[in-house]
Design a protein around this ligand. Structure first.
Ligand SMILES: *[C@@H]1O[C@H](CO)[C@@H](O)[C@H](O)[C@H]1NC(C)=O
Ligand SMILES: *[C@@H]1O[C@H](CO)[C@@H](O)[C@H](O)[C@H]1NC(C)=O
Ligand SMILES: *[C@@H]1O[C@H](CO)[C@@H](O)[C@H](O)[C@H]1NC(C)=O
Ligand SMILES: *[C@@H]1O[C@H](CO)[C@@H](O)[C@H](O)[C@H]1NC(C)=O
Ligand SMILES: *[C@@H]1O[C@H](CO)[C@@H](O)[C@H](O)[C@H]1NC(C)=O
Ligand SMILES: *[C@@H]1O[C@H](CO)[C@@H](O)[C@H](O)[C@H]1NC(C)=O
Ligand SMILES: *[C@@H]1O[C@H](CO)[C@@H](O)[C@H](O)[C@H]1NC(C)=O
Ligand SMILES: *[C@@H]1O[C@H](CO)[C@@H](O)[C@H](O)[C@H]1NC(C)=O
Length: 819
């Protein structure tokens, strides 16, 4: 190992002797930097040129520390497109764009520019920032481009980690695949702006570490952020920006923060005496830093065995799992909250504040106002000062389960957890005698009025109970078994769920378990006794659909079996309650990824192409391969769910229609579907067929490629909708401009162009022009030339959307037509 390191060091040293340093820090238009040349920043701190990582033959353009023998690369340009030889060159175009070209003048990487350039030139600053300037304009506000805005795995002093809220630019670190391969690995380190902003380390989409919110002094989860001899830090949060930044105390020190290929954010500092980089600190310290290790409402204590315990007033949700160190299901309240009775709070000290992604804060409230605000809102679960500096100010509220709490030996925070009145009394052990006296008085007066009230309430309650029993009997009249089984279920070829099971699994359909609102009514997450996770769709009682139609529908869906359709596990019909039970898909729906800049990165192009193909096959099955011909009528990103491996599954058959034999379509007077995805003939005339699903599929493909919603799309240069925009670029041969920036580094051009072409074929104005799903599947997988699409009717489409939305319809029109 030591020998290997030495060989590498010697190699890099010899290698650097062979280089010709141009001795300048600037590249002007059309000046070439070849593989053998480098440029050096004015103070001699950083060098830019081509390099190969330790055990790799590939060549990359990068920036590294110049002054030390182990030159640690801090930034890489063509990390996804390496050179195989030393033919690479770097140059600045007259538009002010940096390009890395290979021997055949093919562009392997290029920078971007949003402003016109005059006399552009690129300069390597002594901070390690490679900037594109107009002439001698050194004002950072005016830079055309800077490498600090496009970090790789290293955060250098003075670099912003976080968001420009005006432009939407998100600067985050992404790990190398391995020490030998700078291409994008699975880990990211960046700021999540939702709720009170926090830094997250993610593995793909899964959070592995959370910094906690900024508390005015440090991130709640970084107790070791204390004044130190190496660096100072700051966190900025305003309307324009959210970012974390650090500076070196003594600029002659070298220190950098790196996200390793294994997903650790570590600080390395150069120690001259040792001649090596030494790990100075690590963001992740111990097991308790693993995100949510103790589940909801659990608290992690590192010097205790077992590590996890429930917070005061909570007990394990599944005691037997908990005892076997499976803490993932977390804890639930020992006594449920009762907002009407008046709850109290219990103070927890020395901890890392729970996940604040769904929290709320206001900097101008004080702690007292904060407590009363929390008490007034029945879904509020905890509160705290949002800013602990200067004695404490501001108000931060939680509304959900409290997740990812740990105890710290020092620099932990205190916060207040809502408890039912009885529990909070038990814990806060009021020890003042005057309070006790008061209590006695209150107790006596309550007892007297209580007895009177009790008699009244009891009478009322018994009457009500009798009424309910009569009602329930009515429901069960024609049920042979009586008891818990519900009527009519025996005729369905589906597993039956009892109402009690579902009530138990979903915590009595608690709002905490609600996943969203589907076509029919709310959808809840549930966990069965055996631990299986399910999604329960509870049909709203106002649904016009009758029992018979509901059963027909369930039976037709139950017969569908395809890996790209969500699986129906069973149903439950109990009185007026009708419910469908589906498999639970943890990654939720496609829209959460493709329309989100952060999560969008998780879905790289290969995954998106698999998703496009999967949806196409699912739809083909509905249209053609299943026993019935089914038209989905509401295909959209929200209705494509993703399983653990990001496989797409079409869901929500709430308004699907099935047809026998040769029928291919029908018409309706009540148009149901979603604006932005409805084909013109369906939206305007109520005509639907398999080709209206094809249209929705086309819209979806264009959304997946572009990362933009069709509905609500706008462009600064024109008034076209997404389809019009795609079409215009296609005709101009500029389709590559249509591609989502999140997949800029991962896409395969021919697959993307093929997808755009297929998408445009699917959204053509006339149904007969659109391909069948059968042809779509073939076209997506073949290499052959594709037909040229006709112009989509995007102008009428936009005016139609306005007509529809002005008539008071929601984004999703979910009414069912009477059949
Ligand atoms: C390097 O070689 C690989 C495999 O032979 C090839 O796919 C790639 O396109 C080459 N890269 C360049 C820049 O020539
Ligand atoms: C690449 O471009 C340069 C300048 O535009 C030209 O001199 C050179 O011949 C080109 N090389 C190839 C292989 O096309
Ligand atoms: C990161 O996620 C991938 C895929 O889910 C998994 O295979 C891998 O083990 C994870 N890595 C770590 C270090 O947790
Ligand atoms: C910075 O560090 C250098 C070398 O360690 C030392 O000589 C110098 O005095 C330090 N400067 C300050 C301002 O502390
Ligand atoms: C915060 O609270 C203050 C005082 O109640 C109020 O004036 C202000 O609008 C609130 N700010 C936000 C963002 O809600
Ligand atoms: C409680 O707070 C949540 C989140 O801010 C809000 O959506 C809800 O309307 C509030 N409820 C009441 C009764 O104020
Ligand atoms: C936190 O409080 C301190 C002292 O009152 C104040 O100087 C600082 O600006 C506050 N920070 C934020 C983010 O409001
Ligand atoms: C309660 O108060 C009494 C006297 O007022 C004191 O002796 C006792 O230690 C207190 N108990 C607790 C638990 O603080």
């Amino acid at each position: 190992m030591g020998a290997l390191v030495r060989v590498v060091v010697i190699f890099t040293y010899v290698f650097s002797l062979l280089r010709i340093s141009t001795g300048v820090d600037t590249i002007t238009v059309n000046q070439l930097i070849t593989d053998a040349e480098t440029i050096t920043s004015a103070g001699g701190s950083f060098e830019l040129g081509f390099f190969s990582p330790a055990n790799s033959k590939h060549r990359y353009l990068g920036i590294w520390y110049k002054k030390v023998s182990n030159r640690a690369v801090v930034w890489v340009a063509n990390r996804e497109n390496p050179l195989n030889d030393s033919s690479g060159v770097l140059k600045v175009t007259s538009q002010g764009i940096l390009v890395v070209l290979d021997g055949a003048n093919k562009t392997l990487w290029s920078s971007t520019s949003s402003r016109p350039a005059q006399d552009p030139n690129a300069q390597l600053l002594d901070s390690g920032n490679l900037v594109m300037k107009n002439g001698n304009d050194g004002n950072p506000e005016n830079f055309l481009w800077q490498s600090f805005d496009y970090p790789c795995n290293t955060l250098l002093p003075g670099m912003k980690l976080g968001w420009n809220r005006v432009t939407g630019l998100d600067r985050y670190l992404s790990s190398w695949k391995s020490a030998d391969d700078p291409s994008i690995g699975t880990f990211t380190y960046g700021i999540d702006p939702s709720g009170s902003p926090q830094i997250f380390v993610r593995n793909g989409s899964a959070v592995t570490f959370r910094s906690g919110p900024w508390n005015g002094i440090r991130f709640s989860g970084y107790p070791h952020f204390t004044p130190n001899p190496v660096y100072t830090y700051d966190f900025v949060l305003n309307e324009k920006e959210i970012y974390f930044i650090y500076y070196l105390v003594n600029s002659s020190l070298l220190s950098r923060l790196v996200l390793t290929p294994e997903g650790y954010a570590q600080r390395f500092t150069w120690i001259d005496e040792k001649g090596e980089w030494v790990q100075y600190s690590s963001v992740q310290k111990d097991d308790c830093d693993n995100y949510a290790i103790c589940g909801a409402n659990g608290i992690c204590k590192i010097d205790q065995s077992p590590k996890c315990e429930c917070m005061k007033g909570f007990r394990p949700k599944f005691q037997s799992n908990w005892d076997m160190a499976d803490w993932s299901n977390g804890c639930v309240r020992s006594t449920p909250l009762d907002c009407q009775k008046g709850d109290g709070f219990v103070k927890l000290s020395g901890v890392k504040l729970p996940d604040t992604r769904t929290s709320w804060f206001n900097e101008s409230l004080n702690l007292k106002e904060c407590a009363s605000l929390c008490l007034r809102n029945c879904s509020c679960t905890a509160y705290v000062n949002s800013n602990i500096s200067g004695g404490g100010s501001g108000c931060l509220l939680w509304f959900d389960d409290l997740i990812d709490i740990r105890e710290f030996a020092e620099n932990g925070q205190e916060f207040y957890v809502r408890m039912s009145a009885s529990e909070s009394d038990a814990f806060s052990s009021t020890n003042s005698s005057s309070k006790k006296k008061q209590k006695h008085v209150i107790v006596i007066s309550i007892s007297i009025t209580g007895i009177v009230l009790l008699i009244l309430v009891l009478t009322w309650y018994m009457l009500k109970k009798m009424k309910q029993q009569l009602k329930r009997k009515g429901y069960m009249e024609h049920n042979s078994d009586g008891g818990e089984t519900c009527e009519g279920q025996e005729r369905l070829e589906l597993p039956l769920f009892e109402l009690a099971t579902l009530l138990n699994a979903t915590n009595n359909f608690s709002s905490d378990n609600k996943l969203g609102e589907g076509g029919f009514g709310p959808v809840y997450k549930g966990i069965l006794e055996d631990g299986e996770e399910i999604a329960v769709k509870r049909l709203s009682k106002t649904s016009r659909q009758g029992l018979k139609e509901f059963k027909n529908e369930v039976e037709s869906i139950a017969k569908l079996q395809h890996r790209n359709l969500v699986k129906l596990l069973g149903c439950c019909i109990c009185g007026r309650e009708k419910m469908l039970i589906y498999e639970y898909l943890p990654n939720k729906s496609l829209d959460l990824f493709i329309f989100d800049q952060i999560r969008g990165i998780v879905l790289d192009w290969p995954k998106r192409f698999l998703i496009i193909n999967g949806i196409a096959r699912g739809l083909l099955y509905l249209h053609q391969d299943s026993r019935l011909r089914i038209i989905h009528r509401d295909l959209k990103a929200e209705n494509v769910l993703l399983d653990n491996d990001m496989n797409p599954k079409i869901s929500d058959f709430g308004i699907a229609r099935s047809f026998g034999g040769n029928e291919t379509g029908a018409s309706t007077t009540r148009v149901a579907g979603t604006l932005g995805y409805m084909s013109p003939e369906y939206a305007s005339e109520g005509l639907y067929s398999t080709k209206s699903d094809v249209y929705s599929f086309g819209v979806l493909v264009l959304e997946i490629v572009s990362g933009k919603r069709n509905r609500g799309f706008s462009h600064p240069n024109h008034d076209l909708n997404l389809l019009g925009h795609a079409w215009t670029l296609y005709i101009e041969g500029g389709s590559s401009k249509f591609i989502d920036a999140s997949i800029a580094n991962t896409y395969n051009l021919s697959e993307v162009l093929r997808s755009i072409n297929v998408g445009l074929l699917c959204v053509q104005r006339f149904p007969d022009d659109r391909p069948s799903m059968h042809s779509v599947v073939l076209m997506l997988s073949s290499e052959g030339a594709l037909p040229q699409p006709k112009e989509p009717c995007f102008f009428t489409d936009r005016s139609m959307m306005e007509v529809n939305s002005s008539s008071g319809s929601h984004a999703t029109i979910t009414q069912l037509e009477a059949r």
